[in-house]
Design a protein around this ligand. Structure first.
Ligand code: ZN
Length: 285
């Protein structure tokens, strides 16, 4: 890694197919746009979860990458997060939306609804969670883990959505692949955290280290380990999560279409500046 001029990454795409916007699809979202060009990208961090699909949304070119692979063969702790964000930057992405399946920790957040998170708590362990793993020391700003402009665009888009979109919330990211115990879930809820997920970390941080804008959109699929005082609400199962994601895939897609159409292509936020001017160019340092 060395400090270098911005945007040094080579691309195999013609410049008119560079995609300034990107989506990382979560469980149940394995394709996003029709009539796409699939681009195989090899990165210094290994292969990404799948080829990157480049397609058009109106006059906007959008890249898509399914986080868990096209056949959902990658568990949350095995997702190649560094390769994924790197691959999206290689095709020109500067702004990334990341829908993700999440459990509700609070009674007012119901399955089928969205939470546009504004804070994150990391409870993962052992994941490769930085590009600064060599001789370069760089402490990026992460106090605000999500891009305010991407958040605003999706919240505004949510005003016209068929399902409820909550503005703000804290996601606690667990290591998985198991779900939480009832005690853990009660602890998370007692801390005031809103949803639980397995992939927002280190994805959000790695986007920040590359200077990319990033926003997580949590689709609530379940009540996690239940809601205290209401035994009628079932606890989470894998079958339920996948079923709710698939049943709501069109809501996810429609919300993203509206947000991608609305968001600016020239960032006016501070996400890129949070890298302290350091551009990651290769592993090892
Ligand atoms: Zn931003």
């Amino acid at each position: 890694m060395t400090a270098a001029p911005p945007d040094p990454a080579p691309t195999r795409l013609p410049t008119d197919r560079r995609a300034p916007l990107a989506v990382i699809g979560g469980s149940g979202i394995y394709r996003f746009l029709d009539d796409v060009t699939d681009v195989v990208i090899d990165t210094p961090w290994g292969p990404p979860s799948a080829p990157v699909s480049i397609g058009q949304l109106g006059d906007r070119t959008v890249a898509f990458l399914p986080r868990h692979g096209t056949g959902h063969h990658l568990a949350p702790h095995r997702v190649p997060y560094r390769a994924n964000l790197w691959a999206l930057r290689e095709v020109g992405a500067r702004r990334v939306y990341a829908p993700c399946a999440s459990g509700s920790l609070q009674p007012h957040l119901a399955p089928g609804e969205f939470v546009v998170c504004d804070q994150l708590v990391d409870r993962t362990s052992g994941r490769a969670d930085t590009y600064f793993d060599g001789d370069i020391v760089n402490h990026v700003s992460f106090a605000e883990p999500y891009c305010p402009e991407l958040r605003q665009a999706v919240v505004e888009a949510g005003a016209e959505a068929e399902t409820r979109v909550h503005d703000g919330g804290t996601v606690v990211v667990i290591q998985g692949p198991r779900f939480s115990t009832r005690a853990e879930s009660q602890w998370f809820r007692g801390n005031g955290w809103d949803v639980v997920n397995m992939t927002q970390y280190p994805e959000a941080l790695l986007a920040r280290e590359l200077g990319l804008c990033y926003a997580g959109i949590a689709l609530i699929t379940d009540w996690d380990a239940g809601v205290e005082g209401d035994p009628s609400l079932p606890t989470v199962t894998q079958t339920d999560v996948f079923a709710v994601m698939e049943a709501n895939a069109h809501h996810v897609r429609n919300l993203l279409f509206a947000a991608l159409d609305r968001v600016g292509l020239e960032p006016g936020c501070g996400c890129a500046a949070a890298t302290n001017g350091v551009v990651v160019t290769a592993p090892g340092g």
